[in-house]
Design a protein around this ligand. Structure first.
Ligand code: C6P
Length: 414
């Protein structure tokens, strides 16, 4: 290791050994996967759970009375219980969606269309992913509401005084990322909820970049809605989760309608099932849910606090090592206010070129606007290069990244 204290308490290499894809060599090189912010790789136990579900327990849920169908239903609802426990929620308030994007749209349509009207304000932050901006823009356009953005401080944290100023507008909702997918900023969501509730606003938290990396207790946070996406939590694609406060969910109309979510259907009207099924129209991703259940079980076995401590130390190590790279700008706050994400730019080199050159050596990072174009505008850059870490990331992989950046600088004669 070239900087910082060695990481002793957490055996990331042993964790990495559980990921088949991380054993791959491409062109004679081991894959250095630093793109878990885009999607997490899957440990063998998750792949095996999916395989098991398809091989031995596949039948449509909530329908058949035969053993296979009962098994599939039990496994689906068992996964819901496991995932609910993982985020400190009740199963009835843990709704399966396709991803966090759908979770946010569900709230924007079912709650927003009923509760936000002309002249109302929705408060967002400039660091939101498009998934937590565009649904609110659509709602605002339809009902004549307006959006207001909390200012960022110089280091990429939210300016809570600016939030207080916006709360004087008596907004209906504050929608905020728990962790920014670009700046890595870990927002003080408990404090934001406290202030927003005192002003009479509800709070939706986009937990996509938080849930894989730290223990999240939605009830302790006090959020009215909290969403996350399965594929970033070491689970499969096609499944996400929306948690909502019971009385809000009960008062909301369904988002999507059709099969499975109904009580009775007559020629001209229908009734709905109770929570959470009222919001789960059509055949649910019941196999994927078992994969996500296995993923949170896997994370629980590692221990979220240990994972978080490891990733914090890794982020600190990365920030120190990257700070020594000449002509490199790092975006976002100090390690103690960050999740496992570091975005940066090399002076005079397009972020895509950086990612492309690193990619030739199988160092997988993401470059682009990261679905956060308003934030890019605020930072005054077209794009950044981003390294994001996971439980399996080792300090040696950070060293490989830093060596790769030295090669990029040599190529561009910086
Ligand atoms: N961010 C990234 O590389 P979906 O597509 O619904 O699974 O996740 C959307 C999403 C919402 N909020 C945040 C904070 C996110 O980071 C993401 C996904 C990926 O940063 C893909 S753009």
């Amino acid at each position: 290791m070239s900087a910082g204290a060695p990481i002793r308490t957490f055996d990331a290499a042993a964790v990495a050994a559980q990921f088949p894809i991380l054993q791959r060599e491409i062109d004679g090189r081991r894959v250095v996967y630093l793109d878990s912010g885009a999607t997490a790789q899957k440990p063998a136990s998750v792949i095996e759970a999916l395989d098991d579900s398809y091989r031995l327990h596949n039948a449509n849920i909530h329908r058949g009375v035969y053993t296979l169908a009962q098994e599939a239903t039990e496994r689906f609802e068992g996964a819901r219980e496991r995932i609910a426990r993982f985020i400190g929620a009740r199963p009835s308030q843990t709704i399966f969606t396709k991803n966090v994007t759908e979770a946010i749209n569900l709230v924007a349509y079912s709650w927003g269309r009923r509760n936000v009207g002309a002249g109302d304000t929705i408060v967002l932050t400039p660091m939101e992913h498009h998934a937590n901006i565009v649904p609110w823009q659509q709602l605002a356009r339809e009902v004549g509401a307006r959006l207001a953005y909390v200012e960022l401080a110089e280091d990429g944290r939210l300016d809570l005084d600016a939030l207080d100023t916006l709360l004087k507008l008596e907004p209906k909702l504050v929608a905020v990322a728990h962790v920014s997918n670009v700046l890595g900023t870990r927002n003080p969501v408990e404090e934001i909820v406290r202030r927003a509730h005192a002003a009479g606003a509800l709070v939706l938290v986009d937990g996509a970049q938080a849930v894989p990396h730290m223990a999240v207790d939605v009830e302790a946070i006090g959020a009215d809605f909290y969403g996350f996406t399965g594929h970033k939590v070491y689970g499969p694609t096609g499944v996400g989760v929306l948690y909502g406060r019971r009385e809000l969910l009960e008062a909301m109309e369904p988002f999507l309608t059709g099969g499975d979510m109904i009580g009775q259907v007559d020629f001209h009207e229908s009734t709905w099932k109770e929570l959470p099924w009222k919001f789960e129209a059509g055949t649910s991703p019941y196999i994927e849910a078992t994969g996500l259940g296995a993923a949170v079980e896997w994370l629980d076995a590692l221990g979220l606090d240990a994972v978080h401590a490891h990733e914090q130390e890794l982020t600190r190590y990365a920030l120190q090592a990257l700070a020594e790279v000449p002509r490199l700008t790092i975006y976002g706050p100090a390690a103690e206010h960050r999740g496992a994400i570091v975005s940066f730019a090399l002076d005079g080199v397009h972020p895509h070129d950086v990612a492309e050159i690193l990619g030739r050596e199988q160092i997988c990072v993401r470059a682009g606007h990261h679905c956060a174009q308003p934030l890019m505008r605020r930072l005054g850059v077209p794009a950044t290069t981003r390294a994001s870490f996971a439980a399996h990331t080792t300090p040696a992989e950070i060293d490989v990244l830093v060596e790769g950046l030295a090669r990029v600088r040599r190529i561009f004669e910086l």
